[in-house]
Design a protein around this ligand. Structure first.
Ligand SMILES: [Fe+2]
Length: 377
């Protein structure tokens, strides 16, 4: 005769719920399970209590009688089925007398994983319980591993995206340092563009994308020779043509990226010298120009004219604002100018430099936005 087996140590703390209207059955099963080493067993003799106990206690295994007054075993399984989370393996071991094929199929469809025929044979009861618990245990382990792997993949993808942006950003800085000794122009344009988008009707995520992508607007200047980029005085038409090529060079450097940030950055690089009236580099008109390009156009011009460069003096804030207003509907999208004026009215413009200087400006996963997103209406 086969000796009944004790429970494996890793399964002993599994929560086992016995649902049977006959108290004697619940008692004898509980006794047997306790003898086998299981420590956490509950018995329910009123099937109406089964669902509540299930929800409160979250058992690992159900021993379920099929024939019960009130809700029978089938109805209990049907009531429990929507409560089991997707992808979870919940073993239900049905306790029954002889079952015809129809009832057996119905029980399997309702969620039963195995059957125990009364009167119970001790070895068989313990073996089936152990097998079902073992399956659940392995299932849970696999799920945990999958979740872990998924996190790892997400983490690596994010690191890769960060690395790309970081490299591009440094490239933009390298281009920037040549005609802006402070290397702050790119960051300030990012902050100001984000502020403008913040007072327009952009979703918070998009505002954040614009703020992070805008510093890359002039990355294509890396392809413009110093002699032309820093030439004091007037440029010839050929030289201007070379300067204008920085929008195409930038768009090429930023093209082909799968990340939204790169796509927005590419759009900005390609379109930030377009003019609302159509007199920009490519002659795009009005809303043909991507909105991100129209926003950066204002932020870029404001920052360029208010800061000194080796080849030009700086304008005052008031004079720069006046010129932007004069160009409303000409160089600039009127709606963007209005948003820019709101940024000015709110006194935010004085904070641009300070925010661009913040350490961690490039930190792509700050808990708090580096600038007041909440200012948006
Ligand atoms: Fe530019």
């Amino acid at each position: 005769m086969v000796q009944p087996q004790k429970a494996s140590p890793e399964l002993r703390d599994a929560r086992i719920l016995v649902i049977d209207d006959e108290a004697q059955n619940v008692r004898s099963l509980t006794r047997l399970l306790t003898w086998a080493g299981y420590t956490t067993i509950r018995g329910v003799t009123e099937s109406a209590d089964a669902v509540r106990t299930f929800v409160e206690w979250e058992p690992d295994l159900l021993l379920l009688d099929l024939r019960m007054p009130g809700m029978d075993g089938f109805e209990v399984m049907e009531a429990l089925s929507p409560l089991v989370p997707d992808g979870e393996y919940l073993p239900i071991l049905v306790l029954t007398g002889d079952l015809d094929d129809t009832s057996r199929n119905r029980a399997l469809t309702a969620g039963a994983r195995d059957f125990l025929t009364k009167p119970f044979e001790t070895t068989e009861v313990l073996l089936r319980i152990e097998n079902l618990l073992e399956t659940r245990h392995l299932h849970q382990r696999l799920r945990r591993q999958n979740v872990h792997l998924e996190h790892k993949v997400q983490e690596r993808t994010r690191e890769l995206a960060d690395a790309q942006v970081e490299i591009l950003y440094r490239l933009a800085l390298a281009a920037e340092y040549r005609d802006d000794v402070t290397g702050q122009h790119a960051e300030r344009v990012g902050v100001l563009s984000g502020m403008i988008a913040g007072v327009m009707d952009f979703a918070e995520n998009d505002v954040d994308l614009i703020r992070r992508a805008a510093p890359l607007h002039d990355v294509g200047k890396i392809g413009v020779p110093d002699a032309i980029l820093m030439k004091p005085g007037r440029l010839t038409e050929d030289e201007l043509e070379v300067i204008r090529s920085h929008v195409d060079i930038g768009a090429q450097i930023l093209s082909g990226g799968g990340f939204p940030l790169l796509r927005v950055a590419r759009e900005i690089a390609a379109s930030h010298h377009e003019q609302w009236s159509g007199r920009g580099y490519k002659g795009m008109v009005g809303e043909e120009i991507p909105i991100v390009g129209r926003i950066v156009a204002v932020a870029d011009v404001y920052d360029v004219v208010t800061n000194e460069r080796p080849y030009k003096a700086a304008l005052s804030h008031g004079e720069a604002v006046r010129r932007i207003v004069v160009d409303r509907g000409q160089h600039f999208d009127p709606a963007v100018v209005d948003a820019f004026l709101e940024v000015v009215d709110r006194g935010l413009i004085t904070k641009v430099g300070e925010m661009a200087n913040r350490p961690g400006f490039l930190d792509l996963h700050e808990a708090e936005p580096a600038w007041p997103v909440a200012l948006a209406h």
